[in-house]
Design a protein around this ligand. Sequence first.
Ligand SMILES: [Zn+2]
Length: 302
Amino acid sequence: MKGWTSPGFFEQQVRHIQERYNPYSLVGLMKYHSEHGRMPSHAVVITVDDGYRDFYEHAFPILQRHGVPATLFATTGFIERRLWLWPDKVTWMLEQLPHIGQEFTLGSITIKAGDINDARRRDIWEKWIDHCLSLPDKDKHEFILSLASKLSLEFPSEIPKAFEPLSWDELKEMQDAGIEVGGHTVTHPSLGRVTKNEARDEIFGCRDVLNQNLGQQERTFCYPNGQPSDFQDFLPDMVREAGFLGAVTAFPDALGINNRYLMRRHVSGDDMFQFYKAVSGVELLGHRARREYRLQPDASAA
Ligand SMILES: [Zn+2]
């Protein structure tokens, strides 16, 4: 979605990082920091979330070719094919619909009757996704089921090919080749809207499944969705207690990587200008110059 990159651009970016920077996996960077008491110079970490199969098909060969490590954050319930990621369900529903027969309203969003072209599909997709993001996990899944029932659609029991996860064998092969497989919870809920017990099940449960299937390893963690509203104050300590060596958000601000359990990330996609801004640190300097803190500095103090 947000950081989608096509293979051609990704290869250019990986080559640029390999030529001018010091690429690490996130766990590799954390280990360097503990050994040396400081970060290596010009370090860059490439991270990819969720665990889709296209990472193995497209990104992994490129990373291998250039000898660049990376971190892949895997949602373990998705890898085990017990669930598909909910935005994909929204995408799938819209793909099934050439036409909406009758106007309907659900969750304060009204969809008018008529044909669905690409622009309209995009527009409806964004409205539904935004609405889902505003809901607690359970309500979100109920909303998606109500949508499917309104549209007389039934989700296939197998995850469709376009949205398939990596297999454990593929993950193991990549881990052996220097790709860190980090944690990204079991079911990918917003951790900003769960109880402490639920958060614990998601964080510790994901760690256990990764270690059972890929062997005991040091790993890092990524908060699902990763926006300021997806946090609660107790989370960094819980992630540390689960043994993860660090954790990342999905937004950048002036704090950069000051807090090891709330390290900010910069988006990269097919926009090479954005890529250069992110990788060179110019974007971070901008946030610092404007003193932008999207999570309170107090809440983020290491
Ligand atoms: Zn994710």
